[in-house]
Design a protein around this ligand. Structure first.
Ligand SMILES: [Zn+2]
Length: 462
């Protein structure tokens, strides 16, 4: 073995290697990225999941003795969410940004502000032979899921959105049902379920604790659903009926070896935050994170997988100051504020006594005794004033429990704060730092080898 005997020459030799290596890294970095291709893509969207929803979710799952799954992601960043023109986004514009890589105006799906149609990465993937899945706790024609297939629709054009869905080529639909009632198909009135059947979809229903598996294309519907086709709040359904089951069902139904892209929305985080319902919100975050775990399980066995978890915007202007009772007091809540108001409103007697009894049964708030759950004099006054007003009483119950947990919703709407983004697997490093929500689409397209896919949309929005 020959070893250099001149120290100086040896030093120059080493320096030369360093320069060569640096040059190689500089030249090869972009092509290394380009060569980094994923065959399995998960995009998890927590609707309304801002930084404080994540923080409250962490506190809640730790209280339950679990570890927050998002903290196990190697890449953590932030995503900017403003809509076209720079305002606070709604779910339609945010979904269009993440699905199509284009900023648009609020209320718009699958088109730019001028009305030009833009393609979703899911529809592009389907054309390129990928298997595709869209799963949500909301109705599947609601803004976020619809952003991945609707063609230039306003978010409330449910019938037209469902017609787009039936032609989208999406292989697996799961979670919610639909907002759309009866729709016209070739001049004939039909239900969305009938329309999907006509297009070859198999229909299966999610049974408690089961993982339905079938031949694609497939719609796995919920056993029970709430208004707008959404799943009931997690606080009102069992562990066995969670969002996770629908992801498992999709994974069981997609044939082994196929490339797939899966969009999974935890949509009721947003509705809980609009309602100022902290107890429902933390359970929705936990349910959503349960689905996220399935993505990481897939990554473990299939390294050519990328998992991205983010939000579309923050909802509620949430603050979390960890109140005297701590997040643990939220375990006293038995139903969502909305369901409380509904069932309380259906009662015949709504006396002050009824109001106090109902608040104790559903929120654990008491008129006598001591401890964190004891109602103050001013709170008791508020209960008396709201005794005949179900919506107001439900709102008061949530607010009083939130205060004990240290949660405060400063608005009933969305805010413009950057939302957390977590990524793992193939090419996940590209999501580090602060990115724009349109980059969710552009980076995933590159990782899927779809970046050069020509848009076949082109035409003006109807
Ligand atoms: Zn919202």
């Amino acid at each position: 073995m020959v070893t250099p005997n001149n120290g100086k020459a040896n030093g120059r030799f080493a320096a030369g290697i360093v320069v060569l290596c640096a040059a190689f890294i500089l030249v090869s970095a972009p092509s290394t990225w380009a060569a980094e291709l994923a065959r399995h893509v998960f995009l998890f969207i927590g609707d309304g999941q801002g930084p404080v929803q994540v923080e409250a979710g962490r506190a809640w799952v730790r209280f339950l003795g679990e570890e927050p799954v998002v903290d196990s992601f190697p890449v953590k960043g932030l995503s900017r969410t403003e809509c076209a023109g720079g305002g606070v986004t709604d779910s339609a514009a945010a979904a269009t940004a993440m699905a199509c890589g284009v900023k648009t105006v609020n209320g718009m799906l699958g088109a730019d502000p001028a009305g030009k149609l833009v393609d979703s990465l899911v529809v592009q993937a389907s054309r390129a032979g990928w298997k595709t899945a869209v799963i949500s706790t909301m109705g599947l024609d609601h803004a976020t899921p619809a952003g991945f297939y609707a063609k230039g629709r306003r978010r409330n054009e449910y019938a037209a959105i469902c017609a787009d869905l039936a032609e989208s080529g999406i292989d697996f639909l799961g979670g919610g049902a639909f907002n759309a009632g009866r729709i016209k198909d070739g001049g004939v009135e039909s239900s969305v379920a009938d329309l999907l059947k006509k297009r070859g979809y198999g229909l299966l229903q999610m049974a408690e604790g089961e993982v339905p598996r079938g031949r694609l294309p497939l719609w796995v519907s919920p056993a029970k659903h709430a208004d707008g086709g959404s799943l009931p709040y997690a606080i009102e359904r069992s562990e066995g009926a969670g969002l996770r089951r629908f992801v498992q069902s999709a994974l069981a139904s997609i044939p082994e070896g196929e490339r797939f892209v899966m969009i999974v929305e935890g949509g009721r985080i947003d509705t809980a935050c609009h309602a100022g319902d902290g107890g429902a919100m933390v359970r929705e975050v936990r349910d959503f994170w349960g689905a996220v775990e399935e993505g990481l399980v897939c990554l473990k066995s299939r390294p050519d997988t990328v998992v991205v978890v983010t939000g579309d915007h923050e909802t509620g202007g949430l603050e979390f100051t960890r109140g005297a009772g701590g997040i643990a007091v939220l375990q006293s809540q038995r139903v969502s504020g909305a369901s409380f108001s509904k069932s309380y409103g259906a009662r015949t007697g709504r006396t002050e006594e009824d109001a106090f009894a109902a608040l104790e049964a559903s929120f654990g708030l008491k008129r006598s005794g001591d401890g964190a759950m004891l109602l103050s004099e001013s709170e008791q006054d508020e209960v008396r004033k709201s005794a005949s007003l179900p919506a107001q009483l439900g709102g008061a119950g949530c607010r009083m429990l939130n205060a004990r947990a240290g949660l405060l919703f400063r608005t009933g709407g969305h805010t413009g704060v950057d939302v957390p983004l977590f990524a793992a697997g193939t090419g996940s490093g590209r999501f580090a730092g602060t990115t724009d929500n349109t980059q969710v689409a552009s980076i995933l397209r590159e990782l899927m080898g779809l970046a050069g896919a020509a848009s076949q949309a082109g035409a003006e929005a109807p």
